[in-house]
Write a protein that binds this ligand. Structure first.
Ligand SMILES: Cc1cc2nc3c(=O)[nH]c(=O)nc-3n(C[C@H](O)[C@H](O)[C@H](O)COP(=O)(O)OP(=O)(O)OC[C@H]3O[C@@H](n4cnc5c(N)ncnc54)[C@H](O)[C@@H]3O)c2cc1C
Length: 378
Protein backbone atom coordinates (compact mmCIF):
# COMPACT_ATOMS: atom_id res chain seq x y z
CA UNK A 1 0.00 0.00 0.00
CA UNK A 2 1.37 3.41 -0.93
CA UNK A 3 0.66 6.23 1.44
CA UNK A 4 0.54 9.96 0.96
CA UNK A 5 1.22 11.93 4.09
CA UNK A 6 3.02 10.99 7.24
CA UNK A 7 0.34 9.19 9.22
CA UNK A 8 -1.63 6.01 8.74
CA UNK A 9 -5.08 6.01 10.32
CA UNK A 10 -7.19 2.92 10.70
CA UNK A 11 -10.30 5.05 11.23
CA UNK A 12 -10.83 7.92 8.83
CA UNK A 13 -13.55 10.49 8.42
CA UNK A 14 -14.02 9.89 4.71
CA UNK A 15 -13.12 7.04 2.36
CA UNK A 16 -13.22 7.83 -1.35
CA UNK A 17 -13.23 4.97 -3.84
CA UNK A 18 -11.38 6.08 -6.95
CA UNK A 19 -8.47 8.47 -7.41
CA UNK A 20 -9.49 9.82 -10.80
CA UNK A 21 -10.28 13.49 -11.42
CA UNK A 22 -13.45 13.28 -9.31
CA UNK A 23 -11.88 11.53 -6.29
CA UNK A 24 -8.69 13.60 -6.16
CA UNK A 25 -10.61 16.78 -7.06
CA UNK A 26 -13.05 16.09 -4.21
CA UNK A 27 -10.19 15.70 -1.71
CA UNK A 28 -8.54 18.94 -2.91
CA UNK A 29 -11.83 20.81 -2.90
CA UNK A 30 -12.71 19.64 0.62
CA UNK A 31 -9.40 21.02 1.88
CA UNK A 32 -10.01 24.26 0.01
CA UNK A 33 -13.30 24.57 1.94
CA UNK A 34 -11.52 23.97 5.25
CA UNK A 35 -12.37 20.29 5.82
CA UNK A 36 -9.90 19.13 8.45
CA UNK A 37 -10.83 15.43 8.68
CA UNK A 38 -8.83 12.42 7.52
CA UNK A 39 -9.39 11.11 3.99
CA UNK A 40 -8.49 7.72 2.55
CA UNK A 41 -8.53 7.27 -1.23
CA UNK A 42 -8.77 3.66 -2.40
CA UNK A 43 -7.79 3.16 -6.03
CA UNK A 44 -7.62 0.00 -8.13
CA UNK A 45 -5.05 1.48 -10.54
CA UNK A 46 -1.32 1.84 -9.97
CA UNK A 47 -1.51 5.63 -9.65
CA UNK A 48 -3.93 8.54 -9.70
CA UNK A 49 -5.82 9.70 -12.76
CA UNK A 50 -8.36 7.03 -13.73
CA UNK A 51 -9.42 7.76 -17.28
CA UNK A 52 -7.18 10.84 -17.26
CA UNK A 53 -4.11 8.86 -16.21
CA UNK A 54 -0.76 8.70 -18.00
CA UNK A 55 0.80 5.40 -19.03
CA UNK A 56 4.45 4.79 -18.10
CA UNK A 57 6.72 1.91 -19.11
CA UNK A 58 9.11 -0.18 -17.09
CA UNK A 59 11.35 -0.71 -20.14
CA UNK A 60 11.48 2.98 -21.10
CA UNK A 61 11.65 5.36 -18.18
CA UNK A 62 11.13 8.59 -20.15
CA UNK A 63 8.01 7.36 -21.99
CA UNK A 64 4.70 9.01 -21.04
CA UNK A 65 1.47 8.38 -22.90
CA UNK A 66 -1.91 9.97 -22.23
CA UNK A 67 -3.74 6.80 -23.15
CA UNK A 68 -7.25 7.82 -22.03
CA UNK A 69 -8.47 11.41 -22.14
CA UNK A 70 -5.92 13.46 -24.13
CA UNK A 71 -7.25 16.75 -22.74
CA UNK A 72 -9.64 18.29 -20.23
CA UNK A 73 -12.72 19.54 -22.10
CA UNK A 74 -15.09 22.17 -20.72
CA UNK A 75 -18.37 23.41 -22.14
CA UNK A 76 -17.42 26.95 -21.06
CA UNK A 77 -14.62 28.60 -19.08
CA UNK A 78 -14.77 27.25 -15.49
CA UNK A 79 -17.00 29.32 -13.22
CA UNK A 80 -17.67 29.60 -9.47
CA UNK A 81 -16.41 26.74 -7.30
CA UNK A 82 -14.99 24.98 -10.34
CA UNK A 83 -12.89 28.03 -11.21
CA UNK A 84 -11.62 28.13 -7.61
CA UNK A 85 -10.29 24.59 -8.06
CA UNK A 86 -9.08 24.93 -11.65
CA UNK A 87 -7.62 28.42 -12.02
CA UNK A 88 -4.76 27.92 -9.52
CA UNK A 89 -3.62 24.97 -11.67
CA UNK A 90 -3.53 27.28 -14.68
CA UNK A 91 -1.65 29.96 -12.75
CA UNK A 92 0.92 27.39 -11.59
CA UNK A 93 1.38 25.99 -15.10
CA UNK A 94 0.07 22.54 -14.11
CA UNK A 95 -2.45 22.89 -16.95
CA UNK A 96 -2.33 25.00 -20.07
CA UNK A 97 -4.77 25.66 -22.89
CA UNK A 98 -4.62 22.82 -25.42
CA UNK A 99 -3.86 24.51 -28.72
CA UNK A 100 -3.09 21.25 -30.55
CA UNK A 101 -4.59 20.97 -34.02
CA UNK A 102 -7.80 18.95 -34.28
CA UNK A 103 -8.81 17.72 -37.73
CA UNK A 104 -11.63 15.60 -39.12
CA UNK A 105 -11.32 12.53 -41.34
CA UNK A 106 -14.18 11.38 -43.58
CA UNK A 107 -15.20 7.84 -44.44
CA UNK A 108 -13.51 8.32 -47.84
CA UNK A 109 -10.23 9.24 -46.10
CA UNK A 110 -10.42 13.00 -46.85
CA UNK A 111 -9.44 15.75 -44.43
CA UNK A 112 -12.56 17.63 -43.31
CA UNK A 113 -13.73 19.74 -40.36
CA UNK A 114 -13.87 17.83 -37.06
CA UNK A 115 -17.34 16.56 -36.14
CA UNK A 116 -19.52 18.57 -33.76
CA UNK A 117 -18.92 16.95 -30.39
CA UNK A 118 -19.28 18.17 -26.77
CA UNK A 119 -15.60 17.33 -26.11
CA UNK A 120 -14.58 19.82 -28.82
CA UNK A 121 -17.06 22.65 -28.31
CA UNK A 122 -15.58 24.64 -25.42
CA UNK A 123 -12.14 25.37 -23.95
CA UNK A 124 -9.67 22.49 -23.73
CA UNK A 125 -6.63 22.16 -21.50
CA UNK A 126 -3.68 19.78 -21.23
CA UNK A 127 -1.85 18.65 -18.13
CA UNK A 128 1.82 19.70 -18.01
CA UNK A 129 3.82 17.65 -18.71
CA UNK A 130 1.07 15.01 -18.85
CA UNK A 131 -2.58 14.51 -17.91
CA UNK A 132 -1.63 12.78 -14.66
CA UNK A 133 -0.09 16.04 -13.43
CA UNK A 134 -3.58 17.25 -12.49
CA UNK A 135 -4.69 14.41 -10.17
CA UNK A 136 -1.16 14.43 -8.73
CA UNK A 137 -1.51 18.14 -7.98
CA UNK A 138 -4.92 17.55 -6.37
CA UNK A 139 -3.38 14.92 -4.09
CA UNK A 140 -0.74 17.41 -3.00
CA UNK A 141 -3.47 19.99 -2.30
CA UNK A 142 -5.35 17.37 -0.28
CA UNK A 143 -2.49 17.52 2.22
CA UNK A 144 -0.90 15.17 4.69
CA UNK A 145 -4.18 14.10 6.32
CA UNK A 146 -5.04 12.38 3.05
CA UNK A 147 -3.76 8.90 2.26
CA UNK A 148 -4.01 7.11 -1.08
CA UNK A 149 -3.83 3.34 -1.41
CA UNK A 150 -3.16 2.23 -4.98
CA UNK A 151 -3.62 -1.23 -6.46
CA UNK A 152 -6.62 -1.80 -4.22
CA UNK A 153 -9.80 -2.83 -6.01
CA UNK A 154 -12.78 -2.79 -3.67
CA UNK A 155 -15.13 -5.62 -4.56
CA UNK A 156 -17.40 -5.67 -1.51
CA UNK A 157 -18.75 -3.08 0.88
CA UNK A 158 -19.85 -3.48 4.48
CA UNK A 159 -21.58 -1.03 6.81
CA UNK A 160 -21.58 -1.75 10.53
CA UNK A 161 -22.59 0.42 13.49
CA UNK A 162 -22.44 3.59 11.42
CA UNK A 163 -19.01 2.80 9.91
CA UNK A 164 -18.03 1.80 6.38
CA UNK A 165 -15.63 -1.12 6.89
CA UNK A 166 -12.74 -2.20 4.67
CA UNK A 167 -10.10 -4.90 4.83
CA UNK A 168 -7.22 -4.42 7.26
CA UNK A 169 -9.55 -3.12 9.98
CA UNK A 170 -9.91 0.21 8.22
CA UNK A 171 -13.16 2.09 8.78
CA UNK A 172 -14.64 5.33 7.53
CA UNK A 173 -17.47 7.47 8.84
CA UNK A 174 -18.53 8.44 5.32
CA UNK A 175 -18.00 6.96 1.90
CA UNK A 176 -17.87 8.50 -1.56
CA UNK A 177 -17.95 6.34 -4.67
CA UNK A 178 -16.56 7.96 -7.82
CA UNK A 179 -16.90 5.34 -10.59
CA UNK A 180 -20.34 3.72 -10.54
CA UNK A 181 -19.10 0.14 -10.75
CA UNK A 182 -19.98 -0.59 -7.11
CA UNK A 183 -23.52 0.64 -7.69
CA UNK A 184 -24.35 -0.70 -11.17
CA UNK A 185 -25.44 -4.25 -12.07
CA UNK A 186 -22.94 -4.44 -14.95
CA UNK A 187 -20.25 -5.23 -12.39
CA UNK A 188 -21.90 -8.56 -11.73
CA UNK A 189 -21.17 -10.09 -15.14
CA UNK A 190 -17.99 -8.15 -15.82
CA UNK A 191 -16.28 -8.91 -12.51
CA UNK A 192 -18.13 -12.01 -11.42
CA UNK A 193 -19.57 -10.27 -8.34
CA UNK A 194 -22.63 -11.84 -6.66
CA UNK A 195 -24.60 -8.62 -6.02
CA UNK A 196 -24.31 -4.85 -6.45
CA UNK A 197 -21.92 -4.10 -3.55
CA UNK A 198 -23.67 -0.91 -2.37
CA UNK A 199 -27.02 -2.70 -2.36
CA UNK A 200 -25.60 -5.54 -0.26
CA UNK A 201 -24.16 -3.04 2.22
CA UNK A 202 -27.37 -1.04 2.72
CA UNK A 203 -30.55 -3.09 2.27
CA UNK A 204 -33.64 -1.71 0.56
CA UNK A 205 -35.81 0.72 2.60
CA UNK A 206 -33.03 1.75 4.99
CA UNK A 207 -32.18 4.96 3.12
CA UNK A 208 -34.81 6.22 0.63
CA UNK A 209 -32.30 8.54 -1.05
CA UNK A 210 -29.86 5.70 -1.64
CA UNK A 211 -32.70 3.53 -2.96
CA UNK A 212 -33.60 6.29 -5.42
CA UNK A 213 -29.95 6.73 -6.44
CA UNK A 214 -29.42 3.00 -7.02
CA UNK A 215 -32.66 2.76 -9.00
CA UNK A 216 -31.47 5.63 -11.19
CA UNK A 217 -27.97 4.20 -11.62
CA UNK A 218 -29.46 0.87 -12.68
CA UNK A 219 -31.03 2.61 -15.71
CA UNK A 220 -27.73 4.06 -16.90
CA UNK A 221 -26.21 2.99 -20.13
CA UNK A 222 -22.47 2.59 -20.47
CA UNK A 223 -19.88 2.29 -23.18
CA UNK A 224 -16.47 0.68 -23.42
CA UNK A 225 -13.41 1.97 -25.26
CA UNK A 226 -10.59 -0.12 -26.68
CA UNK A 227 -7.54 2.10 -26.94
CA UNK A 228 -4.64 0.74 -28.97
CA UNK A 229 -1.29 2.28 -27.95
CA UNK A 230 1.64 2.49 -30.36
CA UNK A 231 5.18 3.78 -30.23
CA UNK A 232 6.29 5.36 -33.49
CA UNK A 233 9.80 6.54 -34.34
CA UNK A 234 10.73 10.21 -34.58
CA UNK A 235 8.41 11.91 -37.13
CA UNK A 236 9.40 15.47 -37.97
CA UNK A 237 6.25 16.78 -39.70
CA UNK A 238 3.83 19.23 -38.13
CA UNK A 239 1.13 16.74 -37.19
CA UNK A 240 -2.34 17.13 -35.67
CA UNK A 241 -2.92 16.40 -32.00
CA UNK A 242 -6.29 14.73 -32.58
CA UNK A 243 -7.75 13.20 -35.74
CA UNK A 244 -11.50 12.81 -35.25
CA UNK A 245 -13.41 10.54 -37.60
CA UNK A 246 -16.73 11.91 -38.86
CA UNK A 247 -19.80 10.11 -37.54
CA UNK A 248 -20.11 8.05 -40.77
CA UNK A 249 -16.45 7.13 -40.57
CA UNK A 250 -16.78 6.23 -36.87
CA UNK A 251 -19.62 3.90 -37.68
CA UNK A 252 -17.83 2.26 -40.54
CA UNK A 253 -14.41 1.88 -38.84
CA UNK A 254 -15.48 1.50 -35.20
CA UNK A 255 -12.93 4.14 -34.26
CA UNK A 256 -13.66 7.55 -32.74
CA UNK A 257 -10.31 9.31 -33.09
CA UNK A 258 -6.56 8.98 -33.27
CA UNK A 259 -4.46 10.96 -30.80
CA UNK A 260 -0.79 11.79 -31.19
CA UNK A 261 1.40 12.42 -28.16
CA UNK A 262 4.90 13.68 -28.93
CA UNK A 263 7.55 12.48 -26.51
CA UNK A 264 10.45 14.53 -25.14
CA UNK A 265 12.85 12.82 -27.54
CA UNK A 266 10.52 13.45 -30.52
CA UNK A 267 9.29 9.86 -30.76
CA UNK A 268 5.52 9.70 -31.17
CA UNK A 269 2.95 7.97 -29.03
CA UNK A 270 -0.20 7.17 -30.98
CA UNK A 271 -3.47 6.15 -29.38
CA UNK A 272 -6.37 4.80 -31.42
CA UNK A 273 -9.66 5.30 -29.59
CA UNK A 274 -11.64 2.19 -30.57
CA UNK A 275 -15.40 2.16 -30.01
CA UNK A 276 -17.59 -0.37 -28.25
CA UNK A 277 -18.85 -3.08 -30.61
CA UNK A 278 -21.20 -4.50 -28.00
CA UNK A 279 -19.25 -7.74 -27.44
CA UNK A 280 -20.11 -9.12 -23.98
CA UNK A 281 -17.06 -8.71 -21.73
CA UNK A 282 -16.40 -11.29 -19.05
CA UNK A 283 -13.17 -12.25 -17.31
CA UNK A 284 -12.96 -15.18 -19.77
CA UNK A 285 -13.72 -13.25 -22.98
CA UNK A 286 -11.60 -10.17 -22.33
CA UNK A 287 -8.10 -11.48 -23.31
CA UNK A 288 -9.40 -12.61 -26.73
CA UNK A 289 -11.25 -9.32 -27.29
CA UNK A 290 -8.09 -7.33 -26.55
CA UNK A 291 -6.15 -9.30 -29.20
CA UNK A 292 -8.98 -8.94 -31.73
CA UNK A 293 -9.09 -5.17 -31.22
CA UNK A 294 -5.32 -4.89 -31.56
CA UNK A 295 -5.16 -6.63 -34.93
CA UNK A 296 -8.36 -4.95 -36.21
CA UNK A 297 -7.15 -1.45 -35.36
CA UNK A 298 -3.58 -2.03 -36.64
CA UNK A 299 -5.05 -3.13 -39.95
CA UNK A 300 -7.35 -0.09 -40.19
CA UNK A 301 -4.56 2.36 -39.39
CA UNK A 302 -2.91 1.62 -42.75
CA UNK A 303 -5.96 3.13 -44.42
CA UNK A 304 -6.70 5.88 -41.91
CA UNK A 305 -3.19 7.37 -41.83
CA UNK A 306 -2.89 7.77 -45.64
CA UNK A 307 -3.38 11.58 -45.53
CA UNK A 308 -0.18 11.80 -43.40
CA UNK A 309 2.53 10.10 -45.49
CA UNK A 310 5.10 10.50 -42.72
CA UNK A 311 2.87 8.54 -40.33
CA UNK A 312 1.88 5.95 -42.92
CA UNK A 313 5.57 5.36 -43.71
CA UNK A 314 6.45 5.06 -40.01
CA UNK A 315 3.68 2.51 -39.37
CA UNK A 316 5.69 -0.62 -40.31
CA UNK A 317 8.20 0.35 -37.59
CA UNK A 318 5.46 0.92 -35.00
CA UNK A 319 5.69 -1.02 -31.78
CA UNK A 320 2.38 -2.04 -30.29
CA UNK A 321 2.08 -1.41 -26.57
CA UNK A 322 -1.19 -3.33 -26.42
CA UNK A 323 -4.81 -2.32 -25.97
CA UNK A 324 -6.26 -0.65 -22.89
CA UNK A 325 -9.92 -1.32 -22.14
CA UNK A 326 -11.55 1.66 -20.54
CA UNK A 327 -14.23 0.04 -18.44
CA UNK A 328 -17.81 1.02 -19.12
CA UNK A 329 -16.75 4.59 -19.07
CA UNK A 330 -19.41 6.88 -20.37
CA UNK A 331 -22.98 6.39 -19.27
CA UNK A 332 -24.94 7.73 -22.21
CA UNK A 333 -28.39 8.23 -20.70
CA UNK A 334 -29.92 8.97 -17.32
CA UNK A 335 -27.14 10.85 -15.50
CA UNK A 336 -27.54 10.84 -11.72
CA UNK A 337 -29.39 14.00 -10.58
CA UNK A 338 -27.30 16.23 -8.32
CA UNK A 339 -29.80 16.00 -5.45
CA UNK A 340 -28.97 12.30 -5.16
CA UNK A 341 -25.23 12.93 -4.86
CA UNK A 342 -25.30 12.72 -1.07
CA UNK A 343 -27.39 10.14 0.80
CA UNK A 344 -27.29 11.46 4.34
CA UNK A 345 -28.81 8.53 6.17
CA UNK A 346 -26.26 5.98 4.99
CA UNK A 347 -23.42 8.53 4.72
CA UNK A 348 -22.64 7.65 1.14
CA UNK A 349 -22.07 10.03 -1.72
CA UNK A 350 -21.39 9.93 -5.44
CA UNK A 351 -19.29 11.99 -7.76
CA UNK A 352 -17.87 11.49 -11.20
CA UNK A 353 -18.56 12.49 -14.79
CA UNK A 354 -21.84 10.55 -14.69
CA UNK A 355 -23.61 13.10 -12.48
CA UNK A 356 -26.07 15.34 -14.35
CA UNK A 357 -24.76 18.68 -15.57
CA UNK A 358 -23.32 20.42 -18.60
CA UNK A 359 -19.96 18.62 -18.35
CA UNK A 360 -21.57 15.17 -18.30
CA UNK A 361 -19.21 12.49 -19.70
CA UNK A 362 -16.14 14.70 -19.63
CA UNK A 363 -13.48 16.11 -17.34
CA UNK A 364 -15.62 19.15 -16.55
CA UNK A 365 -18.43 16.93 -15.21
CA UNK A 366 -16.07 14.91 -13.02
CA UNK A 367 -14.63 18.10 -11.49
CA UNK A 368 -17.95 19.94 -11.21
CA UNK A 369 -19.50 16.99 -9.36
CA UNK A 370 -16.49 16.94 -7.02
CA UNK A 371 -16.73 20.62 -6.09
CA UNK A 372 -20.52 20.38 -5.72
CA UNK A 373 -20.24 17.41 -3.37
CA UNK A 374 -17.42 19.03 -1.39
CA UNK A 375 -19.62 22.08 -0.83
CA UNK A 376 -22.38 19.79 0.51
CA UNK A 377 -20.04 17.88 2.79
CA UNK A 378 -18.46 20.80 4.66
C1 LIG B 1 -10.74 7.06 -24.10
C2 LIG B 1 -11.27 8.26 -23.41
C3 LIG B 1 -11.15 9.52 -23.99
C4 LIG B 1 -11.64 10.64 -23.31
N1 LIG B 1 -11.49 11.89 -23.88
C5 LIG B 1 -11.85 12.98 -23.18
C6 LIG B 1 -11.60 14.28 -23.70
O1 LIG B 1 -11.09 14.45 -24.81
N2 LIG B 1 -11.97 15.35 -22.92
C7 LIG B 1 -12.57 15.20 -21.70
O2 LIG B 1 -12.85 16.18 -21.04
N3 LIG B 1 -12.83 13.98 -21.21
C8 LIG B 1 -12.48 12.87 -21.93
N4 LIG B 1 -12.73 11.63 -21.42
C9 LIG B 1 -13.53 11.52 -20.19
C10 LIG B 1 -12.68 11.82 -18.96
O3 LIG B 1 -11.54 11.01 -18.96
C11 LIG B 1 -13.54 11.51 -17.75
O4 LIG B 1 -14.69 12.32 -17.80
C12 LIG B 1 -12.86 11.76 -16.42
O5 LIG B 1 -11.52 11.34 -16.42
C13 LIG B 1 -13.69 11.01 -15.39
O6 LIG B 1 -13.11 11.15 -14.12
P1 LIG B 1 -13.77 10.37 -12.90
O7 LIG B 1 -12.91 10.61 -11.74
O8 LIG B 1 -15.22 10.73 -12.85
O9 LIG B 1 -13.75 8.84 -13.32
P2 LIG B 1 -12.52 7.87 -13.52
O10 LIG B 1 -11.40 8.57 -14.18
O11 LIG B 1 -13.06 6.65 -14.19
O12 LIG B 1 -12.09 7.53 -12.03
C14 LIG B 1 -12.72 6.55 -11.27
C15 LIG B 1 -11.60 5.80 -10.56
O13 LIG B 1 -12.19 4.89 -9.65
C16 LIG B 1 -11.45 3.71 -9.67
N5 LIG B 1 -12.35 2.66 -9.24
C17 LIG B 1 -13.58 2.36 -9.74
N6 LIG B 1 -14.12 1.33 -9.07
C18 LIG B 1 -13.22 0.98 -8.13
C19 LIG B 1 -13.19 -0.02 -7.12
N7 LIG B 1 -14.21 -0.87 -6.98
N8 LIG B 1 -12.11 -0.10 -6.30
C20 LIG B 1 -11.07 0.77 -6.44
N9 LIG B 1 -11.04 1.72 -7.40
C21 LIG B 1 -12.09 1.83 -8.23
C22 LIG B 1 -11.02 3.54 -11.12
O14 LIG B 1 -9.86 2.72 -11.22
C23 LIG B 1 -10.75 4.98 -11.51
O15 LIG B 1 -9.39 5.34 -11.34
C24 LIG B 1 -12.26 10.50 -22.06
C25 LIG B 1 -12.38 9.23 -21.48
C26 LIG B 1 -11.89 8.12 -22.15
C27 LIG B 1 -12.02 6.76 -21.52
Amino acid sequence: MTLFGDTQHLDVDLAVIGAGLAGTGLAASLRHHGFDGTILLLEAGRGPGGRAATRRRRDDLVWRLDHGAPCFSFSQPPQGLLAELWNPLLEQGIVQPDLGLVVGLSEAGCLVDPPVHPLLQGPRFRGVPTMASVPEAFLRLAGCKTQAAFGERISSLRRENGWWCFSGQRRARSLVVTGNLLAHPRSLAMLGWPDVPLRSAVPLNVDPLLDAALAQIREMDASVRWNLMLELPHCSDHLPRQIWLTSDAQESFGIERIVLHRQHDQRLGLVVHGLDDGSPITPASQPGLLLEQESRQLQLLKELLRPWPVLAQALPQARSLGVMRWGASQPLDYPLPTFLQWCEHSSVGFCGDWIAGPGFGMAEGALQSAVDLAAQLV
